[in-house]
Design a protein around this ligand. Structure first.
Ligand code: FAD
Length: 387
């Protein structure tokens, strides 16, 4: 975090390598994302393939995975990268999260050696783009009820159904598709040029506009037996991928909040009303103080979860604590910052409302706040409220 927002002196608790990775990604975001983010958002278009190649060059795609051209970085380093990317734009961080933590992780963790060799090296350099199809038009928070089916036909599999709200789908080369089979939920690495696969872009999003989102239609898609991810058995496989991606969001959301606060601090110290800077009003200082307290708490939480992840001790409900808190607080910070910017707060000339709008999606995807409350509630009470 940059001074003076690093109220708790968290910076020295990072290793030199972690700081180095963070600084490299921060520079990349300053050069390559920040100058264009408002236009990408306004146009609803982002040069995702170009960005993926640039991120791939820096080793950011699947950076916490090992082998197959992946960087093998620590969980904390990956988190710091997510923070910097989302300080640029949540859509850009989503590109990296979906590629690395959802699509690549699913293949890396559950795929055959052949599937890993086929997909991971080209995904790590951003030449191949992946997406992750779990959500369906009628089944979002409750993926156990998914309608997409995979049935055996001789040695082949035949997939029928549809996925909705799938990040990167319209530009993807491969989709990890989750489908119901006679033996339960299974995952498939589906090349997007397979006959019967159609991807349509979802337009008119008011949030995450610098991210490509689509619908996938699967119309009797015939796949060879070796398209199935052999180690993925049951719903716990896709849920474990979500835990990976949610971890990145714990950090990313703090990045968006930090960018809002940095913008707002600069604005409040230069904008004058009633003969003094906005920052000189006690009410403004109370807002800034409360927001910064939440920011550093979120930062501490992310770092703690990162250290747990690096010690292989991070549990899914702990990630739920982080996702629930950090996205909720980041959104509150973005909205509060907007008030301090007054009318300029609604302008695309400043990043604040863009972050706030983006965080509405971040609040919903990768488990809504309510779902994370239920995960934590189940851990506390021993009673599942899902069934
Ligand atoms: P619903 O499940 O219909 O929920 C609606 C509301 O009801 C929510 O507030 C929810 O919390 C609440 N609710 C539901 N069940 C309960 C309950 N038991 N108790 C209390 N409240 C409940 N999905 C993918 O698979 N891959 C992607 O790449 C992907 N990218 C996305 C990108 C964007 C921009 C967006 C917006 C979504 C994306 N999603 C993706 C989908 C996302 O994960 C789902 O939207 C999310 O899981 C919620 O599902 P839903 O929208 O169907 O809402």
């Amino acid at each position: 975090m940059t001074a003076p927002l690093d109220l708790l002196d968290l910076d020295p608790s990072l290793t030199d390598e972690e700081r180095q990775i963070r600084d490299v990604v921060r520079q990349l975001v300053d050069d390559r994302v920040r100058p264009h983010a408002a236009d990408w958002y306004e146009d609803g278009r982002v040069p995702a393939r170009e960005l993926a190649r640039e991120f791939g060059k820096l080793g950011l795609l699947g950076m916490h995975l090992t082998g197959y051209g992946c960087a093998g970085a620590s969980a904390v380093a990956y988190g710091l990268a997510c923070q910097e990317l989302e300080a640029g734009d949540s859509g850009v961080r989503s590109l990296v999260s979906v590629q690395g933590s959802l699509a690549m992780y699913a293949i890396w963790r559950y795929g055959s050696e052949e599937q890993k060799q086929r997909w991971l090296p080209s995904m790590a350099i951003g030449e191949a783009i992946g997406c992750f199809g779990l959500t369906e038009p009628d089944h979002g928070s409750d993926p156990a009820s998914m309608a997409t089916r995979a049935r055996r036909d001789g040695d082949d599999w035949v997939l029928t159904g549809g996925k909705m709200w799938i990040t990167n789908a319209p530009i993807a080369d491969v989709a990890v598709i989750w489908a119901r089979t006679d033996e339960g939920v299974r995952g498939f690495a589906v090349p997007m040029d397979t006959p019967g696969v159609m991807a349509r872009e979802i337009r008119r999003k008011m949030s995450l506009r610098a991210s490509v989102t689509g619908e996938i239609v699967l119309d009797d898609v015939r796949l060879p037996a070796d398209a199935q991810l052999p180690e993925a058995v049951g719903l716990k496989a896709p849920l474990s991928c979500l835990t990976e991606a949610r971890y990145g969001i714990v950090w990313g959301a703090v990045g968006a909040a930090r960018d809002c606060l940095e913008t707002t601090l600069a604005y409040a110290t230069t904008r004058t009303q009633f003969g003094r800077p906005l920052a000189g009003f006690q009410l403004t200082q109370a807002k800034l103080a409360d927001m910064t307290v939440e920011l550093v708490k979120g930062q501490l939480l992310a770092l703690h979860l990162g250290r747990l992840a690096d010690a292989r001790r991070l549990r899914p409900e702990q990630v739920s604590v982080g996702k629930l808190n950090n996205v909720r607080e980041a959104l509150a910070i973005a909205r509060q910052c907007r008030t301090i910017l007054g009318a300029n707060g609604v302008s695309g000339e400043y990043p604040v409302m863009r972050h706030a709008n983006n965080l509405e999606s971040v609040l919903t995807y990768e488990g809504t706040s309510e779902i994370h409350q239920l995960v934590i509630g189940q851990r506390l009470t021993g009673v599942s409220a899902f069934a």
